[in-house]
Write a protein that binds this ligand. Structure first.
Ligand SMILES: N=CN[C@@H](CCC(=O)O)C(=O)O
Ligand SMILES: [Zn+2]
Length: 409
């Protein structure tokens, strides 16, 4: 992560504050000192001694934690616009995948691209997320499917984090699709993921977590479980793409292994909800993929809500199922398509998004506005926090602060 402005004491006055879970009832003042949030108070309770010497950052507007986009596939080669057209003609995502297109088409383009070509292609995608308030982003591999190509993708993700003022979390998604070289030997490919890919990514410090795609067109529950065991043996947290197109029970298995999250989960059943509640796993909702694939099966929002499973919302930005690089649009989609409340959607892209990445614990405290937490903040031109989900309106970000540094506005 790189920044471009001097750090110091900064004061915002008279703001409507969404702290990551709730909107506070009164106008608030926030003081940032260095990299951390130092004080939060009502306007009536501003400690003028503490405020003295602060740079006045302005007053009014809505402040939220910096957005956390906890599920993306931003690094990839090529385009899948042709598939978009095929799907409009009635060919399904699953059929396209079974006939060698879909993820495998992006694999071909990604393998053919150099590290610097992938970096140059991904950078504007990431900048688009940042312009819409993202301060933390997760980037998965999964379009390389050889040890070297997966590591190449992860190196690009790390380089993006070093070049731009944004926190990048990397996830190894070697078990995303079966590469053509292993066409008749999916267990052999899982051996490669477990015995070569995960150890290499762990040794080189390139992966912060390990993910799998548990689905009929990808890998079975038993194969994904092997990947999780290997990840855990290397000290890496785990997560899963599961129950997107069918109910295989991947989310429940992932939860039993202590997964940070299960993502997509349109087909999640009651047992899956219970397993996630028990494990404290986050349900990552991806309304962009639901929209793009024109799915009809809704995730079990009411059951998740009733069970108290935290729900995150992410873009799933990728070239196939969600070519959408607009996080606040996802807030709107989460409400209109999945019937989340605007408060739930915002919490999904702040506090719960951070939790889905393992960044909400005492040491990290991302996704919240509270004294002592890292100063990752967004100030928006909006009347209320709910307006961020209500109106689909680019350009509302007034200021973006990462680690105490103003990087926009
Ligand atoms: N579901 C699997 N993986 C990605 C899709 C990737 C692609 O279609 O390229 C997803 O999260 O939607
Ligand atoms: Zn995904």
């Amino acid at each position: 992560m790189s920044g471009n402005r001097r750090q110091g004491r900064k004061l915002w006055r008279d703001i409507t504050l969404f702290d990551g879970l709730e909107t506070l009832p009164e106008p608030m003042a926030v003081i940032v000192e260095g990299e951390r949030i130092a004080h939060i108070s009502t306007m009536a309770g501003v400690d003028e001694a503490a405020a003295a010497g602060c740079e006045e950052m302005g007053s009014g507007g809505v402040m939220t934690p910096g957005l956390v986009d906890c599920h993306t596939h931003l690094v990839f080669g090529g385009s899948r616009a042709d598939e978009f057209e095929k799907r409009l003609e009635g060919v399904s995502y699953e059929e396209i995948a079974r006939t060698g297109g879909g993820i495998l088409s992006t694999v071909n383009a990604t393998r053919a691209a150099s590290e610097s070509e992938l970096f140059d292609a991904a950078r504007p995608r990431l900048e688009a997320l940042m312009r819409d308030g993202v301060t933390t982003v997760e980037i998965k591999s999964g379009y390389g499917l050889t040890v070297e190509d997966e590591l190449k993708m992860l190196r690009v993700a790390r380089r993006l984090g070093a070049a731009l003022p944004v926190r990048v979390i990397t996830t190894l998604l070697g078990a995303h699709a079966l590469p053509p070289e292993f066409k008749d030997d999916s267990n052999g490919y899982i051996d490669l993921v477990c015995h070569e890919m995960i150890p290499a990514a762990a040794e080189q410090g390139l992966a912060d977590a390990v993910d799998v795609f548990c689905e009929r067109i990808a890998f079975s529950v038993a194969q994904c479980e092997r990947v999780f065991e290997a990840a855990k043996a290397h000290g890496l947290p785990i997560k899963a793409h599961a129950e997107q197109l069918s109910n295989l029970g991947g989310s429940a298995m992932a939860a039993r292994h202590g997964a940070l999250s299960a993502d997509h989960i349109e087909y999640l059943d009651e047992a899956g909800v219970a397993a996630m509640r028990e494990a404290g796993s986050v349900a990552v909702l991806l309304p962009g993929a639901f929209h793009t694939l024109r799915e009809t099966q809704l995730p079990p929002i009411e059951a998740l809500r009733a069970a108290g499973v935290p729900m995150a919302v992410a873009t799933d930005a990728n070239p196939g199922s969600s070519p959408i690089f607009n996080p606040t649009l996802m807030l709107n989609f989460a409400c209109t398509l999945f019937r989340l409340t605007p408060r739930e959607a915002l919490a999904g892209m702040t506090a719960h998004g951070a939790r889905a990445l393992g960044l909400s614990n005492e040491g990290q405290r991302l996704g919240r506005i509270e004294a002592g937490a890292p100063a990752d903040l967004c100030l928006w031109n909006a009347d209320t926090p709910a307006a961020l989900a209500y109106a689909v309106q680019p350009g509302r970000l007034r200021q973006r602060v990462v680690n105490g540094v103003v990087t926009h506005g």
